[in-house]
Design a protein. Structure first.
Length: 240
């Protein structure tokens, strides 16, 4: 079927809202990106590959691949390119993988957890997500024209992460000095503070020795994500 804008939003909005509960990426941003990149769900990539976003399939990608052409901009010039893109079985998988793609990369740190849609749109362009110089402006226009902010969960980043809350409380009660308000919610975790945290917990060598850190390389190279830090704190607390 060919989707109208209204039909597309009605179908994709609940998926974006559900994803936002875990990813902390604004549903309005996800929906606007999907509208723009999938042509309201009518692009060949979406129809044939269930992909709402044009994420290229690099060598590390182990899923389906759709090969075709898209538009990119180089030095401000519009160019048609042919490449392989990530493909999926469902739209839900596409949204989930898109969020994971943003969360796993430190360059999108300013997007995850941002509650202001304008800042989120500008941040994702500033991080190099798209080659279109008007990408952020197009996203903001879509959000405003289609009133997509109504799909954002207002208190999403104000809710306490119960498991993290309990872990941090236990670590502090054990006698390790941490700023409680800096670590009790996932949206409060700042990656720039992680070296300080690791030092407080005994250092990378000891955390590896104790089996709390299993993927040492991400900590040595500082490529960890907020979710990695959350897991570290919960694992550490469980050993106390």
């Amino acid at each position: 079927m060919t989707y109208t804008r209204i039909q597309f939003i009605a179908k994709v909005a609940p998926m974006a809202q559900e994803d936002a509960k875990e990813s902390r990426i604004l549903a309005s941003l996800t929906i606007a990106q999907a509208i723009l990149e999938s042509g309201d769900g009518n692009s060949s990539l979406t129809r044939e590959g269930n992909a709402l976003f044009g994420i290229k399939a690099n060598k590390s990608w182990r899923g389906r691949v759709w090969t075709g052409s898209i538009i990119e901009y180089y030095d401000g010039m519009r160019t048609d390119i042919t490449a392989g893109f990530r493909a999926y079985d469902t739209w839900q998988e596409s949204i989930k993988d898109h969020s994971a793609f943003l969360i796993k990369s430190r360059r999108y740190q300013e997007v995850v957890g941002e509650k202001d849609y304008k800042k989120a749109c500008r941040a994702i362009q500033a991080a190099g997500y798209a080659t279109d110089p008007e990408y952020a402006n197009k996203l903001m226009a879509l959000i405003e024209r289609n009133q997509l902010t109504k799909y954002d969960i207002e208190d999403l980043t104000n809710t306490v992460d119960e498991k993290l809350y309990e872990a941090v409380s236990k670590i502090i009660k054990f006698g390790i000095e941490l700023d409680f308000n800096s670590w009790k919610r996932r949206d409060l975790i700042k990656l720039s503070n992680v070296p300080f945290l690791l030092n407080k917990l005994g250092g990378i060598d000891k955390l590896v020795q104790d089996g709390i850190i299993s993927q040492r390389v991400i900590w040595d190279k500082e490529t960890y994500t907020v979710n990695n830090v959350r897991s570290l704190l919960i694992k550490y607390a469980a050993r106390l």
